[in-house]
Design a protein around this ligand. Structure first.
Ligand SMILES: NC(=O)c1ccc[n+]([C@@H]2O[C@H](COP(=O)([O-])OP(=O)(O)OC[C@H]3O[C@@H](n4cnc5c(N)ncnc54)[C@H](OP(=O)(O)O)[C@@H]3O)[C@@H](O)[C@H]2O)c1
Length: 225
């Protein structure tokens, strides 16, 4: 069965996911970080793009409180860690490959250089899932069949989010709207890529909303297309 796929992202009011000095989501509050960890704790696997892994160098290791929550739900202490890197720009030294024992997977394409393929194969399982761009259908099949993943959380950045929406695999969106303006023509937004035409816009249905100290926590369901 297709895993349920959620995207989680924090943006400024102008839709930016980082700043002109590339501070990632540091514009979001401590409460938003807790929200991310809480949502993460219900998921079997996490996936991010190569640039997010390179810039933010996350470990994807759950803290003790969230390991407890996971164990009560019958989940392993830490989620499976996945990165999408078509050209293999992600480095084998990234912390996600070394910080805990959960399986790590790299989803790549025929564009990856042989040397990088060998290096990454030493720290993760590498899957070829496309010629130029990854095929999200294949990624979901691999996660479901080989790792028994039922719930996948996509944690950005904008290019990966765009590819996931374009592939039509996203079921839920968790969006934190932070009361800041970042600006910057070249600063990425929550969903990058080629964009959708008016006829093809992704429709969302609001499930929940909460305002805490000026930050708006939104949970949307993607309407079937
Ligand atoms: N505010 C937030 O909630 C939040 C969350 C996450 C990230 N961020 C920030 O967002 C920024 C990164 O976002 P981004 O959009 O520039 O990059 P990204 O989506 O994190 O990563 C882009 C890279 O992922 C690979 N990739 C993405 N889609 C692909 C596809 N369909 N097929 C093959 N490979 C694909 C490519 O790697 P290769 O180059 O190896 O081919 C591409 O260069 C960072 O500044 C990060 O800190 C913010």
């Amino acid at each position: 069965m297709k895993p349920k796929v959620s995207v989680i992202v924090a943006t400024t009011v102008d839709g930016k996911i980082t700043t002109s000095d590339n501070a990632s989501s540091k514009f979001a509050s401590r409460r938003d970080l807790e929200h991310l960890l809480e949502v993460r704790s219900h998921h079997d696997a996490i996936l991010a793009g190569a640039k997010t892994i390179t810039n933010d160098d996350p470990t994807f290791t759950s803290g003790p409180r969230y390991q407890d929550i996971r164990q009560k739900q019958g989940l392993p202490p830490n989620p499976i860690k996945c990165v999408v890197s078509g050209k293999g720009s992600v480095l084998p030294t990234a912390r996600m490959f070394h910080h805990n024992d959960a399986p790590a997977a790299v989803f790549t394409t025929e564009q990856i250089p042989n040397r990088r393929l060998r290096e990454l194969s030493e720290v993760a399982t590498v899957y070829h899932v496309g010629q130029i761009e990854v095929d999200f259908g294949q990624i979901l099949r691999i996660l479901a069949d080989r790792y028994k993943v039922q719930q996948l959380l996509i944690e950005g950045g904008g290019s990966v989010n765009a590819a996931a929406f374009q592939a039509g695999i996203v079921d839920d969106l968790y969006l934190t709207l932070c009361p800041k303006v970042a600006g910057g023509t070249n600063v990425p937004t929550a969903v990058e890529g080629h964009g959708f035409t008016l006829a093809d816009l992704v429709d969302l249905e609001l499930q929940q909303h909460q305002i805490i100290e000026g930050e708006v926590f939104l949970h949307y369901r993607v309407c079937s297309r």
